[in-house]
Design a protein around this ligand. Structure first.
Ligand SMILES: *[C@@H]1O[C@H](CO)[C@@H](O)[C@H](O)[C@H]1NC(C)=O
Ligand SMILES: *[C@@H]1O[C@H](CO)[C@@H](O)[C@H](O)[C@H]1NC(C)=O
Ligand SMILES: *[C@@H]1O[C@H](CO)[C@@H](O)[C@H](O)[C@H]1NC(C)=O
Ligand SMILES: *[C@@H]1O[C@H](CO)[C@@H](O)[C@H](O)[C@H]1NC(C)=O
Ligand SMILES: *[C@@H]1O[C@H](CO)[C@@H](O)[C@H](O)[C@H]1NC(C)=O
Ligand SMILES: *[C@@H]1O[C@H](CO)[C@@H](O)[C@H](O)[C@H]1NC(C)=O
Ligand SMILES: *[C@@H]1O[C@H](CO)[C@@H](O)[C@H](O)[C@H]1NC(C)=O
Ligand SMILES: *[C@@H]1O[C@H](CO)[C@@H](O)[C@H](O)[C@H]1NC(C)=O
Ligand SMILES: *[C@@H]1O[C@H](CO)[C@@H](O)[C@H](O)[C@H]1NC(C)=O
Ligand SMILES: *[C@@H]1O[C@H](CO)[C@@H](O)[C@H](O)[C@H]1NC(C)=O
Ligand SMILES: *[C@@H]1O[C@H](CO)[C@@H](O)[C@H](O)[C@H]1NC(C)=O
Length: 795
């Protein structure tokens, strides 16, 4: 008898437990904090999840009711019920259907309602179902097609396939996406993706509090939105439909292949992004991002900042200002921007007539368009006086005889790329006398840097002009523009373009590279990938993803080919070949010191961008002179990035079995521990030494590449300590070298090749050091390298 009861109990428990895997919650049932509903196809789950605050001081854990991707190991939410009302204590909480028929989060001990669907229901008998589309519905129990409330009508930051974005004219419902507050806080953030409220058939990205768009999709033309033909143009993954009738006006994305796991979000960066889950790399792959330039997003860096699309981090404080809340910046919430180091005199002393405040010039910027013009001021000094006489005035400009002033917080200042002909605009920012004097002293040191920078900008300009020319050349034979303007070529196109793969440029780590021409005039480099790689869908997704990564110091992907088992990549052609040719090859023209320093800086910028600009950090894994290409003006461009994603699991095998590049591999590769961006920092350090010395580090002793019998990196670290940098520099330069820069470069290189990755700088720090913005100490001799070189080689 007892046994029977026990059995019944067991059976009951079993039923209870298995009820956790249902997709339905009936009246009278409850879901505990650790339970979840799972959609019939297993794709989505509904339940409680926690987020921990990164601020250790605060009470740390917040709980949310939400829907997430159940098959994705990296927790990713698709919907949050109580985004602005986090739950701090889950004791005696449950999810249930209340007396009035609504789905509620109930506090059992007080019987109080923490959250409710708040639908206007007359039937009391309702049922909750998590559908296979990820839509959570509350329906009439007697008629499940009578939906009383659905999560698709109340989206947070994510649009799932099959969900509508836009208006229901009958109910007045406006479905829009609003970004999270920061990386870990789902609270209502700053940016909104919505249907144009003025009635035009397009979608806008706007700040939440304003209807002024910083980006729009352009008008629906029956097939696609004007500004983003690729949204629908490539129906590889999703089709876009726009519906406008008497009752409704909305956009809907539908899956081409039901098995694709994808999401569209308005990100905290203010961009609209489409991601696809990649089984190969076990990560989300971004296949679409608009607006492309981060600085196009309204007030993205917050007040008193300068946004620069070509560097990373792209937000910096104006001089005389500091990050207001470093903790928030860390989580990519920059709404508080930067604040003054010293309060303005007109505020602290309340004297306007006698203020000691000064203006500090910020040259070479692009100013926001909406500044009020001050008619009265006819000269720059009058303009300054107008601004000085009002304490709320924080900046002025005087360009083309127009005096503009800005009041209170200053937003949307962008860095320009200036050169002899493009000067940009100059902004005069009001600072306290104390900050002004400090900045004036600092600026003297920067002048050199600016001179170098100007040269670089000239190159950038040239490249931009070339790019525009290339674009306007129009017709691409048989190629189809996919996502992000990447062209899908047929194999026969590329055979023709490369003259049947005759002009071989080199044999890279992943396959041979050939020169070709598209449109009979545009030179390209076509890489034929060896071996059997990812399936077609995956490959296309990764190609689209790489296409979104664009930087002056990264080789641009122009197109690809994916036919049968054939996989090819088409890149822009670099007329000056790769760095190794110029450094090591006899008979090559010697790169002068300035060029070398700019190459070192450019490569560092490119790597910093890869590591830090995209949230899903890209580790290059194979930095070496052969992968640093030089364009017509010797601007360095890193090649072969993103290969890890393209090749999936195949990749690490390819990398670690490559013997040729062993001299650049960090010790972690051999130790078999997790790989971080610091492996690239190590390889960069090795390359930097080679740039300085003009010889291979990994030369066998007594070979032609030098008369030293010491492993060069170890030798360099010792010479640096002895203060003899001059002896390390390439003799081909005949001592025509900026020794300060050479010493700085040597220090950076030796820090980069430290055994312990935590001792190495980040690439972002390397950029700052080489730009002379951050000081650096003397590095110790890397012990592992010294040991490897052998004690007999130590000086
Ligand atoms: C949050 O913190 C708690 C306790 O410190 C920990 O058990 C939990 O795993 C953390 N959750 C997340 C999502 O990091
Ligand atoms: C949550 O509330 C219960 C009951 O009020 C209390 O005993 C418990 O300590 C609380 N937990 C936390 C983490 O505050
Ligand atoms: C539920 O009620 C208890 C007792 O009043 C309280 O301690 C707890 O914080 C409440 N939980 C929530 C989530 O409101
Ligand atoms: C709820 O529905 C009733 C009947 O349909 C209607 O009269 C009432 O105005 C509605 N209330 C709200 C808040 O929508
Ligand atoms: C729920 O469905 C039943 C059966 O179809 C119907 O009688 C009832 O009116 C419905 N309730 C509401 C609120 O429409
Ligand atoms: C709710 O509806 C279901 C299905 O129609 C029925 O079995 C159940 O008895 C109803 N419950 C109540 C409380 O009316
Ligand atoms: C169920 O609801 C749908 C949608 O409201 C309605 O069209 C249908 O007639 C209903 N069926 C019954 C049996 O009431
Ligand atoms: C939007 O406006 C509300 C109320 O005016 C304000 O509380 C909120 O901080 C504003 N948000 C932003 C991002 O400006
Ligand atoms: C303004 O106030 C600061 C201290 O707040 C003082 O040192 C300074 O002399 C004052 N300047 C003038 C012009 O009064
Ligand atoms: C302006 O400065 C002068 C000299 O420093 C001083 O005599 C005068 O009182 C100041 N006026 C005001 C309004 O502060
Ligand atoms: C300063 O300028 C602001 C903005 O133009 C204006 O509202 C304010 O009245 C001015 N204050 C004075 C004292 O002129």
């Amino acid at each position: 008898m007892h046994l029977l009861i026990y059995f019944t109990l067991l059976l009951f428990l079993f039923i209870q437990a298995s009820s956790a895997t249902t997709d339905t919650l009936l009246a009278g049932q409850a879901l505990a904090v650790n339970d979840k509903l799972i959609s019939n196809n297993g794709r989505y789950a509904l339940g409680f999840f926690e987020k921990n605050s990164s601020k250790p001081s605060q009470d740390t854990t917040s709980w949310y009711l939400g829907i997430w991707f159940n098959t994705v190991p990296k927790f990713t939410s698709a919907w949050v019920a109580n985004r602005d009302k986090p739950i701090k204590n889950t004791t005696s909480l449950e999810l249930t259907i209340s007396q009035d028929g609504n789905l509620v989060i109930l506090n059992q001990s007080t019987k109080s309602i923490v959250w409710s669907t708040q639908a206007n229901i007359t039937t009391k008998n309702t049922t909750v179902v998590l559908l296979s589309s990820g839509n959570l519905i509350l329906a009439n129990s007697s008629n499940s097609s009578e939906v009383l409330w659905q999560s698709f009508d109340h989206p947070t930051d994510t649009l799932l396939p099959g969900a509508k974005l836009g208006w229901d004219k009958v109910t007045g419902l406006n479905r829009r996406l609003v970004s999270w507050k920061n990386l870990i806080d789902p609270a209502t953030g700053v940016y909104c993706d919505r249907l144009d409220p003025s009635g035009v058939g397009q979608f806008l990205l706007t700040p939440l509090n304003s209807s002024i768009p910083y980006w729009s999709t352009g008008v629906w033309n029956g097939k696609s939105f004007a500004a983003v033909p690729e949204m629908a143009g490539s129906d590889l993954f999703l089709t876009t439909t726009f519906v406008h009738n008497d009752q409704e006006k909305y956009m809907i994305l539908n899956l081409v292949d039901e098995t694709t796991v994808t999401r569209n979000v308005v990100d905290i960066s203010g961009q609209s992004k489409q991601f696809i889950w990649s089984e190969g790399s076990q990560d989300w792959t971004m296949i679409y991002a608009q607006p492309k330039a981060p600085c196009d997003v309204y007030a993205i860096c917050g007040p008193f900042t300068i946004c620069n699309d070509n560097v990373f981090p792209y937000c910096t404080c104006m001089e005389g200002f500091s990050i207001a809340s470093p903790e928030d910046w860390e989580l990519e919430d920059r709404t508080s921007g930067c604040s003054r180091n010293t309060l303005l005199d007109c505020i602290s002393n309340k004297s306007i007539t006698n203020t000691t405040d000064k203006f500090y010039s910020v040259p070479c910027v692009k100013l926001p368009q909406n500044a009020p013009e001050v008619e009265a001021a006819a000269s720059a000094s009058e303009c300054a006086q107008v601004c000085l006489s009002n304490c709320s005035c924080t900046a002025y400009s005087f360009n083309d005889d127009r005096c503009c002033t800005w009041h209170d917080e200053l937003f949307n200042i962008r860095a320009q790329q200036c050169s002899g002909t493009t000067t940009g605009e100059t902004l005069y920012v009001r600072v306290s006398a104390k900050d002004y004097n400090r900045l004036k002293n600092k600026r003297k040191d920067i002048v050199i840097g600016v001179a170098i920078g100007a040269g670089l900008f000239a190159l950038i300009l040239l490249i931009m002009i070339l790019r525009i020319k290339r674009k306007s050349s129009g017709h691409i034979p048989d190629g189809v523009r996919g996502f992000n303007g990447i062209i899908a070529f047929g194999f026969s196109d590329l055979q023709r373009a490369t003259n049947k793969f005759t002009d071989k440029l080199g044999a890279g780590s992943f396959g041979a590279v050939f020169k070709g021409f598209i449109d009979e005039s545009i030179a390209v480099a076509v890489k034929r990938l060896d071996g059997a790689y990812q399936g077609e869908k995956q490959f296309r997704a990764e190609v689209s993803s790489i296409g979104t990564i664009q930087h002056i110091n990264l080789v641009k992907l122009v197109g690809f080919c994916c036919e049968g088992s054939k996989r090819l990549l088409v890149y822009e052609y670099m007329s000056n070949s790769s760095l190794d040719v110029h450094l090591f090859r006899i008979n090559s023209t010697t790169l002068n010191w300035t060029a070398r320093y700019q190459i070192a800086l450019g490569v560092a910028r490119g790597l910093a961008y890869l590591h830090e600009s995209c949230r899903d950090c890209i580790i290059h894994c194979d930095i070496k002179p052969e992968n640093i290409l030089l364009d017509g003006s010797f601007t360095p461009k890193i090649a072969d990035f993103g290969m890890a994603k393209l090749l999936g699991r195949e990749y690490s095998r390819v990398i670690t079995t490559m013997r040729g590049t062993v001299g650049y591999l960090a010790p972690e590769w051999i130790a078999g521990v997790a790989i971080t961006p610091k492996v690239d920092v190590y390889s960069y350090g090795m390359v930097l030494l080679e740039i300085i010395s003009g010889r291979r580090n990994s030369c066998a002793p007594s070979s032609s590449c030098g008369n030293l019998d010491v492993y060069f990196p170890v030798h360099a670290a010792h010479k640096l300590l002895e203060g003899e940098v001059g002896s390390l520099v390439d003799q081909m330069l005949h001592a025509d070298v900026n020794l300060d820069e050479a010493e700085l470069a040597c220090k950076v290189a030796c820090w980069c090749i430290q055994d312990d990755e935590f001792h190495r700088p980040t690439m972002g720090e390397v950029v700052q050091i080489l730009e002379g913005r951050v000081e650096i100490g003397m590095p110790p001799v890397p012990r592992l390298l010294q040991a490897m070189a052998g004690s007999s080689h130590s000086p």
